[in-house]
Design a protein around this ligand. Structure first.
Ligand code: GLA
Length: 834
């Protein structure tokens, strides 16, 4: 549950004193551990009219983290007005964590940080209200907020009164440091306490419950909060977005006016995703009747960002007064169809493609809530185009894209253009005369009445060829008929590996007046090339395709659970590996070798995080099995497989078992390609800085007053036979040391260390001191590790921030430190540069 964007602190202060305090982070107990839920106490949620439709507004967290100020909030309010977003419905301007002082005032009240809010929260509320907007604040149902500011547990009435007195209209109420036993009853108790405190203030305040879906709030929070988070924190990347949609979409039945599922705030505009992905973000939030809380810098937002956030047709779907979250009509192979009824009788139908390739997504009108009709009119809410279909709503949807139609029955289809779906499929493409690939295009007329003079074109990159097997033309294509064409695609030798777009366009005529029209879809050609010469960790080479039995395949960690990046160190029968592939049974990974590789050597085994098995690991070269483990049981020591790949074009790794989804590891697989000596170093090269083989290696504590200690231990090691046992203070400390001679890490790009958390989990971070002045440069990731879990903490040099005027020169490292916290024991090893 740990987050990116921990607060940045004044580096100057750090250099002077190194006196750092850090919040303790309590990981929420798993919801599954919760005993049967008691009935929620009957608590009034204030007038449902307060959030009759999903709240819309802005929150600073996604773009600014802790850097929130009165100026930012005021300028954002101005920008909401001047950009037209206020008129489009965005109302709340919400302040997130870090707005208060670190301690309560002498009278016990929360105190706005005077440096950030010179006019207090009241001052900024007045300003925001003056613009016809509303102000939101952030609190926490624990002893401290996530960033370590005072929490409201046990101070509910005082804090609610304080906020109401300042004119606050919206409260986001978080869940860090919650002192919880993990039971649902405890969650209900803590969040209801604030509900009742808000009620007692008499002020209408929207109440946003933010406990990350931990206690399944959708089952109890109606009548307590107006909205509740259903997932962990969103991040500005595609896997994160896809995962949140997958978690929130099935919860449609629980949402309605005054009680909404909240899949978290918008990342649109923050730069980590493509415009297609951001349109999916906006489309799916609207279809899921989700709160639309903008999370980007509106003062500098691009025209494209503003047009996505400001699309009135999409907003109208989100804000429709029926207040029904779109239901999942179908969800197969990564293609999802949602159906949302609208107050005027129309339905919004979304065709969502979460796969990595263009796909034709279809739904019969009869499978949705649309009433029976001879034809339907479709308005594409992103392009504005209007088409008609007879009975199947269908479109070629780009990878990661979503098409949203507003649909209604249509009496007279003759005057509306027929909907034509253009699909295309293309496997991987190999450059050169013996390579190439096969493209299959399909054009389907979904409209009432035939289309005429149909022709199909494939627009390939410069220098490529696309040759159809037969003339891609039809004089006439009837309703629901398809023209399928296969094309041989040729790619010039030397074309670099990558993704290359190919536009497929169907041109045709329709209707009594023989009007010309065209429909295009974009398919992406994936050009694969053989790995470079050398011995390489396979986990650093991208597979061409990757299928897993459960959750994503993880690189350099075990499979873990359903989410990306949620594994542990790969561990087989107690042996830890820092490299490898964390798969599950039922997985298949394919790599292109192009006849240039000779050998794969790998350990295999069932990960210690799994209890089941047995499973069989097999290495296939082209169609032959070239190495196999035979059945391997859980707890069995790792087996080593050596596979001869000489001359083979493809490598395929499979794990088979009677039980699906069991965590299964390819531990430290190394692939040899080209003509390289057997003893050449495995790439990427890694240099151990501290191995703790000879003792504690002089490790000290940066802030002696804060406590902590270190000792050598054989209990955990990822290289050699020993690691370091670190006892941490609750607020944390930096462990490490100054070096006798400056360390030259020129050529390395990152620092890493491995850790195993004790009973309370820990945050891990890395800092270095550089140059004569011993300038303190620290990372900003604050990676969280759950209790008992293990992990590699990684920080790229470019992620490490130095004081103004100092640049991090990897050639002149004077000290290395790691940060650990929460007041328990943490085992670490193998601090290294790569
Ligand atoms: C939690 C919440 C985030 C944000 C941060 C602030 O992680 O889920 O949305 O409010 O805390 O520290």
């Amino acid at each position: 549950m740990r987050k990116r964007g921990r607060p940045t602190r004044s580096i100057a202060a750090l250099v002077l004193s190194l006196a750092l305090t850090w919040p303790s982070l309590t990981a929420p107990a798993a919801a599954s551990a919760a005993p049967a839920a008691p009935a929620a106490p009957a608590a009034p949620a204030g007038p449902a009219a307060l959030a009759a439709t999903p709240p819309m507004g802005f929150n600073n967290w996604n773009a600014f983290g802790c850097d929130v100020t009165e100026e930012l909030i005021r300028e954002t309010a101005d920008a909401l007005v001047s950009s037209g977003l206020k008129d489009a419905g965005y109302r709340y301007v919400n302040i997130d964590d870090c707005w208060s002082l670190r301690e309560r005032g002498p009278d016990g009240t929360l105190v706005p940080d005077p440096a950030k809010f010179p006019n207090g929260i009241k001052g900024v509320a007045d300003y925001v209200h003056g613009k016809g907007l509303k102000l939101g604040i952030y609190g926490d149902a624990g002893t401290r907020t996530c960033a370590g500011y005072p929490g409201s547990l046990g101070h509910e009435d005082l804090d609610a009164r304080t906020w109401a007195g300042w004119g606050v209209d919206y409260l986001k109420y978080d869940n860090c440091n919650n002192q919880s036993d993990g039971s649902q009853a405890d969650y209900i108790r803590r969040y209801t306490a604030m509900r009742q405190a808000l009620d007692r203030t008499g002020r209408a305040i929207v109440y946003s419950i933010c406990e990350w879906g931990t206690s399944q709030p959708w089952t109890w929070a109606k009548g307590v909060g107006h909205l509740w988070r259903t997932t962990g924190d969103i991040s500005d990347d595609w896997p994160g977005l896809r995962s949140i949609i997958r978690q929130n979409a099935p919860l449609a039945a629980y949402a309605g006016p005054g009680h909404w599922n909240d899949p978290d705030m918008l990342e649109i505009g923050n730069g980590g995703m493509t415009a297609t992905e951001y349109r999916t973000h906006m489309s799916m939030w609207a279809m899921m009747a989700a709160p639309l809380i903008i999370g980007t810098d509106l003062r500098t937002a691009s025209a494209e960002t503003l047009s996505i956030l400001g699309n009135r047709d999409v907003i109208a779907i989100d804000q429709d007064r029926l207040g029904v979250q779109g239901a999942v009509v179908s969800d197969e192979h990564g293609l999802m169809v949602l159906d949302k009824p609208l107050a005027n009788g129309d339905r919004a139908i979304a065709l969502y493609n979460s796969t990595d390739a263009l796909a034709t997504v279809s739904v019969r009108a009869g499978a949705t809530g649309l009433r029976r009709a001879g034809a339907y009119r479709l308005t594409d809410v992103w392009t504005g185009a209007t088409t008609q279909v007879k009975g199947t709503i269908s479109a070629g949807v780009p990878a990661h894209g979503t098409v949203v139609y507003r649909v209604r029955p249509l009496d007279d289809p003759a005057t509306v253009a027929p909907a034509v779906a253009v699909g295309a499929e293309l496997g991987t493409v190999v450059p050169g005369p013996t390579g190439g690939g096969t493209l299959t295009t399909s054009v389907t007329n979904r409209g009432v009445g035939a289309v005429r003079d149909l022709s199909v074109a494939a627009d390939v990159p410069e220098g490529w060829t696309a040759t159809p097997a037969a003339e891609p033309r039809r004089a006439r294509l009837a309703t629901d008929a398809t023209l399928e064409t296969t094309w041989q695609v040729g790619v010039p030798a030397g074309t670099p590996a990558g993704r290359y777009p190919i536009d497929v366009t169907a041109s045709y005529r329709w209707g009594p007046r023989n009007r010309a029209a065209a429909t295009s879809s974009q398919v992406v050609a994936v050009v694969v090339t053989a790995p470079e010469d050398g011995r390489r960790h396979l986990s650093t080479i991208s597979p061409v395709t990757s299928v897993n039995g459960s959750g994503p395949v993880e690189a350099d960690q075990s499979n873990g659970g359903a989410l990306e990046n949620d594994g542990n160190l790969i561990t087989i029968a107690g042996r830890h590996y820092t490299r490898g592939l964390g798969t599950t049974t039922g997985s298949e990974l394919r790599y292109y070798l192009g006849g240039r590789c000779s050998r794969l050597v790998t350990d295999v085994g069932i990960d210690d995080e799994a209890a089941a098995g047995p499973a069989t690991f097999t290495v296939h070269a082209d169609d032959a099995a070239v190495a196999t483990s035979g059945p391997v049981a859980a707890g069995e020591p790792p087996k080593t497989l050596t596979a001869d790949l000489t001359g083979r074009a493809w490598l395929r790794l499979t794990v088979e078992s009677a039980s699906a989804g069991v965590s299964a590891d390819w531990a430290e697989p190394v692939l040899t390609c080209g003509d390289v000596p057997d003893d050449s170093p495995v790439l990427p090269e890694s240099r151990t800085l501290f191995s703790f083989e000879s003792g504690t290696e002089g490790f000290t504590i940066a802030n002696p007053g804060d406590g902590g200690s270190v000792s050598q231990t054989p209990l955990f090691h990822t290289e050699g036979a020993n690691g370091l046992k670190v006892a941490t203070p609750v607020a944390g400390n930096w462990f490490g040391r100054a070096l006798d001679t400056p360390l030259d890490l020129t050529g390395a790009t990152m620092l890493k260390f491995d850790l195993k958390a004790g009973q309370v989990g820990t945050v891990g971070e890395i800092a270095v001191q550089v140059g004569e002045a011993m300038s303190w440069c620290q990372g900003g990731l604050w990676t969280w590790t759950n209790p008992g879990a293990s992990k590699t903490v990684t920080e790229r040099f470019e992620q490490i921030g130095c004081p103004v005027g100092v640049t991090l020169d990897p050639g002149d490292i004077r000290a290395v430190w790691v940060f650990l916290n929460t007041g328990g024991e943490v085992l670490i090893d193998n601090i290294r540069a790569e």
